[in-house]
Design a protein around this ligand. Sequence first.
Ligand code: HEM
Length: 469
Amino acid sequence: MTRCPIYPKPLKNKASLLFIFFSKRRSWLDGLYERSYRMKMGQIKLPGLELFMVNQPELVKQVMVDEVDAFPKHRMLGDLLAPLLGESIFTTNGAQWRKQRDMLDVAFDNSQVERVFERMQEATTRMLTRLGEHPDGAVVDVDKEMTLVTADIIFRTIMSANLDTEEAMNVLEAFVRFQEASPKLALLRMFKVPDNWLLRFSDRKRRGDAKIIRASLERVIRPRYEVFMRGEASEHEDILASILRAKDPDSGQAFGFDEIVDQVAMLFLAGHETSASALTWTLYLLSISPDIQHAAAKEVTEVLGEERGSVPLAAVKRMGLVRRIFMESMRLYPPVGFLAREVSRDTDMRDKHLQAGASLVVAPWLLHRHEALWDAPHEFCPARFDPKSGGRSIPKNAYLPFGMGQRVCIGATFAMQEAVLILSELLRRFSFELAPGFQPDPVGRLTIRSDNGMHLVLKKRLPETETTA
Ligand code: HEM
């Protein structure tokens, strides 16, 4: 029996500005009201900005695909993340973004992602060892574990480093602090809170964390950059090696040192927090859906057959149900809950006039749960993604966990490969139940996370059950 997955109960009516300010300091999900899950377009006026919410598939396509130049990435996002990411692909626009995307695409094409599969296996094995140290039936905060394993994967695949060193753990902790502080600062800016010592103090701390992270990345990247500049062969075949080799197709120029640090910092930020969020919510959904969990464990056993070593890439590609479970999990809990854009020229949409300079948001969280678009929108139903249903249950332009159009996630193939590997390895060895009395608390920050972690009971699967489940 599957229970209905938790989501913040919407308010009856639109909230006041004061409520938005205080509740959204915790999570923007708390400011949503019942009509948010049915509306086609919304509007909200804050002291620091005018914000439009686009929630109709045709309008989403207009913003993300058809008139993408009229809706560039929001400037506030770039300003906010600049201390850490400099001018990275995540926040740039126009010709600068196009050049960066052309150069980075090569590092994330299918064959490159397959090439780093072994590194993903290594980090997954480390995670299994950590989990294996808990006694059978122990309560484990899988949110922490998913953060660790995805960060480890990013360290290993991008620059052949790992999380075993104290420095790597310091970097990870600084990342977590930076991510927590940034949305709070954004909100204060949206409400035009006057400059004060508290604001300056929290921004200084955030910038300090960005410096720690960049200094540490520079220590790894500098020697690799110098080896490359001397024309010597690298001993590593990782994503950094592809970035070093990348050339602008027009000018033939490679990335400079600072540009590489910007892109690598961005890959850390974009690449582990999102995957950790998606995996944590997937484990939650499995823990409240014993039938689906059982079917998924059975699939893993059948696909693996006699294989006793790490799950191989060929098996990952055959885990159809595990993949569908992950996709449905990203429908209910899209790691990137909203995509922020700016209106660059006056535009009319439905009955509204959007002036250049206004802000616009496309929210996968709302689109994925839109009551007029989806059957049973708040329920967990991986069968929606079954190819046998002919994709009929997935409304067009309404499912975008990886974004859409030219700014679609560059790491989508990477993330799918990593997630199916981790889930298959976990399902093979453990069963999951929600810890007694525990309820997760979904909050929307840079990603959708559970504010109180994710406490699950992990029971080791017996070899007999592995073969008979
Ligand atoms: C489940 C995991 C992931 C999810 C749900 C996700 C989601 C997204 C979304 C929604 C966007 C578009 C943002 C926008 O349009 O405003 C995006 C962009 C991006 N993602 Fe991911 N992402 C994931 C994993 C990764 C990984 C593993 C990497 C790299 C290692 C990565 C790198 C990027 C980059 C570089 C962009 C910017 C692309 C551009 O603007 O051209 N992501 N991601």
